[in-house]
Design a protein. Structure first.
Length: 459
């Protein structure tokens, strides 16, 4: 397919492609890195240069690029059926995958509603929660129409998922389009919203969630949360026990818990699902990203029987969940997801991860010594390294210095792909990376941060 010269592709990219979350004026000034192929832990550009994929191609790649088993599963499926709709029909891979997902997720999540992205999986979770209370039977439940979400939350880019988002940089501009959401404080310990010290933290931030649930539970449909780690906010790791407390409050005040495992699911935190760290079974669980091992767009919103049953009725009762996307339950994506999950089992990936998680945690310690690193947060194989201009005051570098991007370019020169979140350098290595590759990810990142923040002139 590609008989074009790199210069031609670069020109057409700049001329025609509008890149996501990208200031296109800035983009126009630089030579784009055009990825042509992948192999294991590496991506290759058009000139054949290789780069370690330090962000798992935006947090999705699990067993590496071009994994034989997943390639084969997709090819075999393609030779049978590429697509058929789930509206009025079933297909083999989507059925098998639903069975598998119910088997591997926390007990009691027995129903699977498919879509294609993390955003839609959350959007669907919100709509299901809302409709559930409308159909639950008691008149008073019909007032349960709002959601509680956390400050700094990120649940995707569709209007519903933005409504439960809490990152001003991304979401503020859309405020007039959003439905009303009740915000609880974020467990952002480095910049504690209650100005407390992490060392003596008693999770006071949860008291605020408790208080707002106590006062408003009659109008709250659900609490939406990224379990353990608020990813897009810069890998904000919640204190141990926080999630279990939220679940306890949801039970006490009769609101649903919607766990958005889009970023943290499929092994990322060191267990298959983040909720299992604290033995939490949410009422609704959103899955995407790693579900196909980084191959094809697929998402699943899982619910309990209790929720599903509220949608059962006679045709004229109109209790149906009127929602569905054209490619919902796509057979190719489902086949990829099945192969991905089988590989977790075959390679014993979760067990194999534990040594890597230890190495990663140890390797990250020394980042704290860097002059301009304010905080280092990690869980499993996900980490955020927060760059600050002043460690004492936690002040950030002026945006014009463009520090995170300069660190990205420096790392790239040394063969590593990174993608920061605002002033936080993110590390999301591929779960199948070898110990040596992981070490390289750490070393290159360390050197890049040091060089840009300590050695180069800041101007
Ligand atoms: C926790 C969480 N939820 C939802 C999303 C949105 O997923 P997608 O980009 O596939 O729509 C993301 C994406 O980063 C995420 O981190």
């Amino acid at each position: 397919m590609n008989n074009y010269k790199p210069e031609q592709l670069e020109q057409w990219d700049k001329q025609y492609v509008w890149h996501p979350f990208t200031q296109m004026r800035q983009w126009q000034k630089e030579k784009p890195l055009i990825v042509e192929k992948g192999e294991g832990s590496y991506l290759y550009d058009l000139e054949g240069n290789r780069y370690l994929d330090g962000v798992s191609s935006l947090w999705v790649t699990v067993h590496g690029h071009r994994k034989e088993e997943i390639n084969r599963a997709i090819t075999e499926q393609m030779n049978k059926l590429a697509h058929s709709t789930l509206l009025g029909l079933a297909n083999v891979p989507a059925t098998l995958l639903a069975h598998k997902l119910v088997e591997i997720t926390p007990e009691g999540l027995n129903k699977v509603f498919y879509s294609e992205s993390g955003s839609t999986s959350v959007e669907i979770g919100l709509k299901i929660a809302y409709q559930y209370w409308q159909q639950k039977g008691k008149e008073e439940y019909k007032n349960k129409r709002k959601f509680v979400s956390l400050v700094n939350a990120y649940h995707g880019d569709t209007i519903g998922s933005v409504s439960v988002g809490g990152i001003d940089l991304f979401h503020k501009i859309f405020a007039a389009l959003l439905f009303e959401t009740v915000h609880a404080p974020s467990p952002y310990c480095y910049r504690c919203p209650l100005h407390l010290k992490k060392e003596t933290c008693l999770m006071d931030c949860i008291n605020e969630m408790e208080s707002l649930l106590a006062h408003q539970h009659h109008e709250i449909a659900g609490v939406v949360i990224e379990p353990l780690v608020q990813g897009a906010a810069g890998m904000l790791v919640a204190p141990e026990g926080y999630l279990a407390k939220v679940k306890e409050l949801c039970n006490r005040y009769n609101v649903l818990l919607i766990a958005d495992e889009v970023a943290v699911g499929f092994g990322r935190t060191g267990k298959m699902f983040a909720c299992t760290h604290e033995n939490v079974r949410p009422d609704i669980m959103c899955l995407a990203k790693g579900i196909t091992g980084g191959y094809l767009p697929l998402a699943a919103t899982m619910t309990t029987d209790e929720i599903y049953n509220a949608f059962l009725g006679e045709l004229d009762e109109c209790k149906t969940f009127y929602h569905g996307h054209t490619y919902t339950g796509n057979p190719l994506a489902s086949a990829a997801a099945l192969a991905n999950i089988e590989l977790f089992e075959k390679d014993n990936l979760i067990t194999a991860l534990q040594d890597k998680v230890s190495l990663f945690a140890n390797g990250l310690k020394k980042f704290r010594e860097l002059h301009y690193v304010g905080d280092v947060r990690h869980k499993g194989l996900m980490a955020g390294i927060e760059i600050v201009e002043n460690k004492e005051t936690k002040e950030l570098f002026p945006v014009k210095y463009n520090i995170p991007h300069r660190i990205v370019l420096e790392a790239r020169k040394n063969g590593l792909i990174l993608r920061p979140l605002d002033n936080v350098m993110v590390l999301m290595p591929i779960l199948s990376m070898s110990i040596a590759e992981l070490q390289q990810v750490l070393d290159i990142t360390y050197a890049a941060i040091k060089k840009v923040t300590e050695d180069e002139a800041l101007c």
